[in-house]
Design a protein around this ligand. Structure first.
Ligand SMILES: Nc1ncnc2c1ncn2[C@@H]1O[C@H](COP(=O)(O)OP(=O)(O)O)[C@@H](O)[C@H]1O
Ligand SMILES: [Mg+2]
Length: 297
């Protein structure tokens, strides 16, 4: 058996506090160094995922360091959710692929685009779902306090706003203290202002709990504001990688150039086929289309 899933311990963190670019405070932030001796919390080698005869992910290799915040961009159908499901340990894996190696940490949590709350359970019970032990209620309360929802403990999910529902989903993820937090377009359905507030919240929670994060997003600016590293996936391969060392409080200056680069990679090929990418371009009509530019790390 070539494929295996094994547990890795967290080998320590090297991060400072972080804030998104829409905050004026200048918060120091140590970027992931990838230095020798730091065990990755995720390690994929030659990972291939097939549906029928189609290789949806092909020979993909990826390390994520403990506490590293990685964003994954890519057009619809490029394999982002497939990759995320693998890192979540949700999917059955092919065991017959030579050289394939898949290591994910034992504690993982996923936040999806829709909050996926059970409508017949009160908010705190949704957060406590699946927890074991005597102090379940107080753990759920603590997590909900962290996301600013301690006043909504007893509420029914259907009475929550979109932002509150996603904050509840975040609390449900964080109450498990995951080594790896996976988010699949979690902010896509939120209005712009709420999205910025939730970005801020996510960065604060990340700086306190320090999970490694894999965030799937269509929003290039969101990726730039939040990440230590951005990957672009195209047809199941990583076609671009950008590491951002600039502190999160000082990213406005680099946003234009970097956004242009990333969009050029996202834009190669069939833009017209893809509603999501068309949407990304919709409010950025002046982004030049330069598929030949090579900015691989
Ligand atoms: N369970 C499945 N069975 C067959 N094909 C699938 C399955 N899941 C995903 N796919 C295909 O794999 C490709 C990548 O899908 P997905 O990972 O959801 O892309 P993304 O999240 O980037 O939009 C798509 O072509 C999709 O149709
Ligand atoms: Mg998807």
């Amino acid at each position: 058996m070539n494929a295996f899933v094994s547990a890795l311990g967290v080998a320590g963190f090297g991060f400072g506090l972080a804030r998104p670019l829409f905050r004026t405070e200048d918060i120091p932030q140590a970027a992931f160094t990838g230095s020798a001796g730091t065990q990755p919390v995720v390690r994929l080698r030659n990972f291939t995922r097939r549906f029928g005869d189609n290789d949806i992910i092909k020979d993909l290799s990826l390390d994520i360091a403990p506490g590293e915040f990685v964003s994954l961009l890519g057009r619809s159908g490029s394999g982002k959710t497939t990759l995320l499901r693998t890192l979540a340990g949700i999917d059955q894996l092919h065991a017959d692929i030579a050289g394939q190696e898949i290591r994910i940490p034992p504690t993982r949590a996923v936040v999806f685009q829709d909050a996926r709350l059970l409508p017949w359970k009160r908010v705190w019970r949704n957060v406590a779902l699946g927890l074991k032990g005597l102090d379940i209620r107080s753990r759920a309360e603590t997590a909900l306090r962290e996301v600013g929802l301690d006043h909504r403990l007893e509420a029914w999910p259907l009475t929550l706003s979109g932002g509150e529902a996603q904050r509840t989903a975040l609390a449900r993820a964080l109450v498990r203290d995951p080594q790896l937090l996976l988010m699949d377009e979690p902010f896509a359905a939120l209005d712009a202002l709420t999205r910025l507030r939730v970005h801020d919240l996510v960065l604060r929670l990340w700086s306190v709990h320090r999970p490694a994060v894999m965030l799937v997003t269509h929003d290039v600016d969101e990726a730039i504001a939040l990440s230590d590293r951005i990957l672009v996936l195209d047809q199941g391969r990583i076609v671009a990688e950008e590491r951002i060392d600039t502190p999160r409080g000082q990213r406005l200056a680099l946003t234009a150039d970097l956004r242009e680069k990333l969009l050029s990679f996202l834009g190669t090929g069939r833009i017209g086929d893809d509603a999501d990418i068309a949407e990304v371009f919709a409010d950025k009509p002046n982004i030049p289309f330069s598929p030949d530019e090579d900015f691989r790390a």
